[in-house]
Design a protein around this ligand. Structure first.
Ligand SMILES: Cc1cc2nc3c(=O)[nH]c(=O)nc-3n(C[C@H](O)[C@H](O)[C@H](O)COP(=O)(O)OP(=O)(O)OC[C@H]3O[C@@H](n4cnc5c(N)ncnc54)[C@H](O)[C@@H]3O)c2cc1C
Length: 469
């Protein structure tokens, strides 16, 4: 039996696969397969090696109960590991609650989402809000499977984002908040300072750096105590029809059928902006406003987190590298050329020249510093900005994107402390990755304490845990 992930870039061939119905069954499976390698998967929406494993595979989709409890004027929910975010949102909404933080889609499971540090914009990532994880693992003295509750100290911080490396998460307790409305509207600017200045008024905003046009479309967002707009339904139809499907079908046509870089550049310069209605202010329920149908068409993505003080230079570098990657005759500015020389990546840049046409808006989201050990936004005294690069090329035609993503990860990690999203394309070597996280050693210690035999690891996490930075 084999399964592929959403991006069709990973194939899983477990030796045995189970979909247990309850916690007891999970323990029985662990006991039956003692000493073998075991890994859980969610909905396979990760592109990284986090989901791989050739041993026993556990899919916890049947553990999806939600229990919502009031906690002062806030809420806390106990959620079965395999519960999809969309089901969780529905259940929370019934009790007048919602999640603090949401990504662009809601098909992931709660355990999968927190395990890779899934985030949205303007808040911490989802991991930050986890208060407790119930974990199935082995008792070292008896060798039998048991349930551990991680609710404090370094084990909790590790469980908040653990890459599946501590054991099998059975459920999590996550802090929630009362349901709220979000107002949004779009504007366009050519100056990054305008984008950042707008954060005071629109703390939940995200923005899109438009390739080849090189302007910023800001999706201004803030909480709104007002009611759902009269035209909110129409706005949802517009998003679904024009943005989620119309714009994406156009991009698919250009990238997969026409395959003309010149037409792609023209479209981004002149046409894509016509899809966006500016200054139409609409208020809707947060969970409707913050997610989109981004899973509608297959794609692949790398996302790099840079600290705020590196953002301006990182975006300038991004623009120049995209120009070089997309054209024969483009070159870097003096300052960026010097940077490439300093890190010895001229050969890599030469290899990339004219090999990849960026054909999707670069989404940039602000993530507040997380209280975790290794989520991408962990630590640091400043906000992080997640800069995403997406390719809609057919799976067999992704070599340009592979070159580009490797170049961006390797250069930006050295130049701007960029950390690749754990769930997305992650081309760095183990030592390069772990050196980006000051608390990786602590994470390693927790993993080796809770899983001393390494049975919950795959090759990738084993290399991370063994890497000497
Ligand atoms: C279209 C699309 C849009 C996306 N948008 C965003 C976004 O807006 N923001 C963002 O940050 N990310 C985003 N992602 C990435 C996605 O949120 C993460 O990759 C997430 O981890 C996927 O969750 P999943 O349930 O599919 O888990 P999987 O991908 O199946 O697994 C992810 C990790 O979780 C571990 N895991 C899963 N279940 C358990 C368990 N019960 N116990 C222990 N470990 C477990 C797995 O071992 C693996 O390491 C997007 C992905 C796609 C495909």
């Amino acid at each position: 039996m084999h399964r592929k992930n959403f991006g069709r870039n990973r194939v899983l061939q477990p030796s045995a696969a189970y979909t247990p119905a309850n916690e007891q069954e999970v323990l029985e499976i662990l006991d039956r397969h003692r000493g073998q390698s075991i890994r859980a998967v969610g909905r396979l929406h990760s592109w990284s090696e986090a989901i791989l494993g050739d041993g026993v595979q556990l899919d916890l989709r049947r553990l999806d109960d939600v229990l919502l409890e009031q906690d002062g004027d806030q809420f806390v929910a106990t959620v079965g590991a395999g519960c999809q975010i969309k089901r969780l949102l529905k259940e929370l909404n019934r009790g007048g609650a919602t999640l603090h933080s949401l990504g662009l889609i809601s098909v992931q499971t709660i355990a999968g989402a927190i395990s890779t540090g899934t985030h949205g914009s303007g808040r911490n990532s989802m991991s930050h809000y986890v208060e407790e994880a119930r974990l199935a693992r082995y008792d070292e003295s008896t060798g039998k499977a048991f349930i551990d509750e991680l609710s404090a100290g370094d084990p909790l911080l590790a469980a908040r984002c653990s890459l599946g490396s501590l054991g099998i998460i059975l459920s999590v307790k996550i802090r929630c908040r009362p349901q709220y409305n979000v107002q949004e509207h779009f504007t366009e600017t050519r100056r990054l300072e305008d984008v950042l200045d707008a954060e005071d008024s629109y703390p939940l905003q995200q923005f899109f750096f438009i390739p080849w046009r090189w302007s910023y479309f800001i999706q201004h967002r803030c909480e709104d105590t007002g009611k759902r707009s009269f035209l909110a339904k129409l706005y949802r139809i517009y998003w679904l029809g024009v943005m989620d499907y119309g714009m994406h079908l156009k991009i698919l046509f250009l990238e997969r059928i026409l395959r003309s870089r010149r037409m792609i550049r023209f479209t981004f310069r002149r046409i894509i902006s016509l899809f966006v209605i500016r200054k139409w202010k609409v208020t809707d329920r947060s969970s409707s406003m913050l997610v989109m149908k981004h899973e509608a068409f297959r794609h692949i993505e790398i996302e790099l987190f840079v600290p705020r003080d590196q953002l301006a230079e990182a975006l300038r570098f991004t623009k120049e590298v995209i120009e070089v990657a997309g054209k024969k005759d483009s070159a870097l500015s003096e300052v960026n050329q010097r940077r490439i020389n300093d890190i010895g990546m001229q050969d890599d840049l030469d290899e990339l020249q004219n090999q990849y046409g960026q054909h999707y808006p670069i989404c940039v989201r602000r993530v507040l510093p997380d209280d975790t050990l290794i989520s991408m936004a962990s630590g640091g005294g400043q906000d992080w900005y997640a800069v995403s690069f997406i390719s809609y090329a057919r799976p067999a035609r992704r070599s340009g994107f592979t070159l580009f993503s490797r170049f961006m990860a390797r250069s930006m990690s050295q130049l701007f402390q960029a950390r690749p999203h754990w769930g997305k394309i992650n081309p760095l070597e183990a030592g390069e990755l772990t050196s980006l996280y000051p608390r990786f050693d602590t994470f390693r210690t927790v993993c080796k304490t809770l899983d001393p035999q390494g049975v919950f690891q795959n090759e990738w996490t084993t290399a991370l845990l063994d890497a000497n930075d």
